[in-house]
Design a binder for this molecule. Structure first.
Ligand code: ATP
Ligand code: MG
Length: 357
């Protein structure tokens, strides 16, 4: 039962609490499983803020079809929705507090997005640096759909339909939030309304995590990822073949720390009490007194220690598919009600709410 309709005391308390809470909206494309980049870019902040904000997390399954690679892969998109939900639950998001929803199941959201397309020029959308970067990284050339260009506007509708205050995201998403806020200001000014609300982006502890190949971004498209659901053996295999410092030919050559993904991951995932060990490794690496293999073995340990509780929680949810389905269904129903309300206000402001008062 959705939390608002609950009759128990606990639900009443929940309702009272959320009434005055600010809101978070964020989410992930359902184009595969989530990786360490997603964790430091956004998931970690979601977990930290779930008690402070009323949190909405979307499975961006419509967005997934915007990519030519996935448009004819419905099984992958649908399976990924399940994986992404499990990934979010496995890092410690509490379904009692957080609302998960499927973008594709909220028609009001597409309606809102369609209205928003009229509030922004096509050249403005095409100037978006993240869109340009995606075209390049994903090798799209000029072979992208109209839906792909519309992508940031659909994302604006995701944020606006629940009137989010804060959007925890990786750095690459900030231009989309900027565009969203431009649309909000224009809409509210033109229609003399306050139906839409500006939101703030919040970038994670690591703005953009590098890939295992040394590329500036860990991304599925470049196959340079370590997934949150990777087994200990997979992690070991990936780490042992990771890119390090290409200028270092022998163990005795002084190595470089800066931009070296092995050290970037160590810094990002080590436990507080092991931080001094990293300092030691860094010094020895720079002096040429430790080999890549030894440092990588330490990284395998660090990552597996970090990932083990996540794997465990994932297994718990994997054995309860009905519960996972229920979490998504109830969350989606709740967001649909929110989206309906926002859409009504938007239509009223535009004087096209003919059949509602
Ligand atoms: P991929 O590039 O692997 O396909 P994605 O960028 O398409 O992933 P999204 O669903 O767009 O995945 O991203 C979900 C969230 O995770 C966004 O806020 C995004 O900025 C963040 N994110 C993704 N990759 C990274 C990364 N390497 N470093 C930091 N944040 C990231
Ligand atoms: Mg992306």
């Amino acid at each position: 039962m959705p939390k608002e309709q609950g009759k128990g005391m606990q639900d009443m308390v929940y309702l009272e609490e959320t009434k005055f809470m600010k809101r978070i909206l964020t989410g992930d494309n359902t184009t595969g499983k989530l990786h360490l980049g997603h964790y430091v870019g956004s998931l970690e902040n979601r977990v930290k803020l779930q008690d402070e904000y009323e949190t909405f997390i979307l499975l961006a399954d419509l967005h997934a079809f915007a990519y030519p690679k996935y448009v004819d892969q419905p099984e992958v998109v649908s399976q990924s929705s399940r994986e992404v939900l499990l990934d979010n639950l496995s890092v410690g998001l509490d379904p009692e507090k957080v609302t998960f929803f499927a973008e594709s199941a909220i028609p009001e959201l597409y309606e809102l997005a369609s209205i928003l397309t009229m509030q922004v020029s096509l050249p403005r959308v095409l100037r978006n640096p993240t869109l340009k970067e995606e075209i390049k990284d994903k090798g799209l050339g000029d072979n992208y759909s109209l839906g792909f260009v519309y992508f940031p506007v659909l994302q604006a509708a995701d944020i606006l339909c629940v009137k989010a205050d804060l959007v925890p995201v990786g750095e690459d998403q900030l231009p989309h939030i900027e565009l969203t806020n431009e649309i909000v200001r224009r809409f509210n000014q033109v229609y003399k309304a306050d139906a839409l609300k500006e939101a703030k982006g919040m970038v994670g502890r690591v703005k953009r995590l590098v890939g295992t190949d040394g590329n500036a971004k860990m991304t599925k498209s470049l196959d340079n990822t370590i997934y949150l659901s990777d087994s200990a053996e997979e992690v070991q295999k990936k780490v042992m073949s990771m890119y390090t410092d290409p200028t270092r030919l022998k163990v005795t050559d002084p190595g470089h720390i800066e931009g070296n993904p092995v050290f970037i991951y160590l810094d990002a995932f080590v436990k507080e009490e092991d931080k001094n060990k990293i300092q030691e490794y860094k010094q020895r690496y720079e002096r040429g007194t430790v080999g890549d293999v030894e440092v990588k073995r330490f990284l395998v340990e660090v990552l597996n220690e970090f990932l083990e509780p996540i794997r465990q929680k994932r297994r718990e949810y994997e054995t309860q598919p009905e519960l996972v389905d229920k979490i998504l269904k109830e969350g989606t129903e709740k967001v649909r009600e929110e989206a309906k309300k926002t859409l009504e206000e938007v239509k009223k402001a535009m004087k096209i709410n003919y059949f509602n008062d």
